[in-house]
Write a protein that binds this ligand. Structure first.
Ligand code: OGA
Ligand code: MN
Length: 365
């Protein structure tokens, strides 16, 4: 079930000066009421001139030491890279180009290979139960089919009760095996599952239906290397001397026409602690609204390697991602794609060419 995201509708034709009321909230079940416009038409009409580009902001800051009106460079002695803030949105921090190309490649690989692995849940868990080795199955053209027997090892890892007859069991098979021998099996190609992957959850598992952290669900801790990045990058937004404690992360996977409607992330106890939000893959537009849905959002580009922090008052600000740039002209991912030029990286390259991944890391308690 996709609770937080809708495919299309098209973007508003101007990005600034339009409140969030047209974008779907993650708590609302009603469809957004935006005018129906063909996708291409909407994209052509979009005026991007008001969208803030922090890479240009950084360049002109380096050259002339100035920033555009309403934006200032945040000085933080214990953080050695440029950070920008909005005068009107205290608690919001933008770190342009925070990750190197190598780091971006690493986190894209992790997001596709490791993060969707059980016991981490994904949007496919409800329909298929735990799915192991999705990306490997894509690379090997496999198909997911209902499994006959259950593995006690799998049950142990996932903490499943064998008496629970509803726990579903699917596993990957060679494509030819299915078509030749057992056409009656329900099956779905791994490549289709990857294309329809919308989210995975790390650490404490988030329950979208109840909109809270399901502490009783089996889970692994967030990987140490991701914790390290989050702790390091959270510094500008942390109260002096305190260290960020990553406990949960949501990984969002955006296809070309996906968007994330205006919402608040309000299920964590302490809003003084930041959400550390990493962008990977295609360029996107991020809208940062105010505390009311009626407030005009500020529009900015998010590129692969950028990191955004939302803490304090900014935690009360509606925000969303109305647009992914998946066309080669605007995706701004040429350098990134060149990192996946080896033959064996074809699946990564094909995926990230038209997709965006967002890893947002949270301290829950
Ligand atoms: C979220 C979120 C922003 C992004 O998942 O809550 O706000 O950049 N993501 O994708
Ligand atoms: Mn959010």
């Amino acid at each position: 079930m996709e609770l937080r995201r809708s495919s299309t509708p098209p973007l508003p034709s101007t990005l600034r000066g339009r409140p969030f009321e047209g974008l779907r909230s993650c708590t609302s079940s009603t469809k957004p009421k935006l005018p129906k416009v063909g996708k291409n038409q909407a994209h052509r009409k979009t005026d991007l001139s008001g969208v803030i580009d922090f890479h240009s902001v950084l360049e002109s800051f380096k050259q002339c030491g100035t920033t555009p009106a309403g934006i200032f460079k945040y000085e933080c002695r214990s953080f050695n890279r440029p950070v920008f803030c909005f005068e009107e949105r205290p608690g919001f921090y933008f770190i342009p180009g925070a990750l190197t190309d190598d780091e971006q490649v690493h986190w894209i690989r992790e997001s596709l290979i490791s993060f969707p692995q059980p016991p981490n849940r994904t949007n496919h868990t409800e329909a298929y139960g735990p799915i192991f080795g999705l990306f490997d199955a894509v690379q090997n053209n496999k198909v997911l089919v209902e499994a006959k027997s259950t593995s006690s090892e799998v049950d142990r890892i996932l903490g499943y009760d064998k008496t629970n007859l509803n726990s579903k069991r699917f596993s990957f098979s060679e494509y030819c095996m299915i078509t030749n021998n057992d056409e009656s099996y329900k099956s779905v190609a791994a490549s289709v599952l990857l294309r329809k992957l919308r989210w995975s959850t790390l650490g404490l598992q988030f329950d979208w239906s109840k909109r809270n952290y399901a502490v009783s669900l089996p889970h692994k801790r967030i990987p140490d290397d991701l914790c390290l990045v989050a702790k390091k990058m959270a510094v500008p937004a942390m109260p002096n001397g305190e260290e960020f404690q990553p406990e949960a992360a949501i990984v969002n996977y955006f296809g070309p026409s996906d968007m994330l409607g205006g919402h608040l992330d309000d299920m964590e106890k302490d809003w003084s602690k930041p959400i550390v939000s990493i962008s990977l893959g295609c360029k996107a537009i991020f809208l940062l609204g105010g505390k009311s849905r009626e407030d005009m959002p500020i529009a900015m580009f998010l590129r692969s390697g950028d990191i955004v922090l939302m803490a304090g008052e900014a935690r009360e600000c509606f925000h969303g991602v109305p647009r992914i740039f998946s066309d080669s002209e605007h995706a701004d991912n040429v350098d990134l794609l060149s990192q996946f030029s080896n033959e064996e990286d074809l699946c990564f390259r094909e995926y990230i060419k038209t997709s965006r991944i967002n890893i947002n890391i949270r301290q829950v308690n």
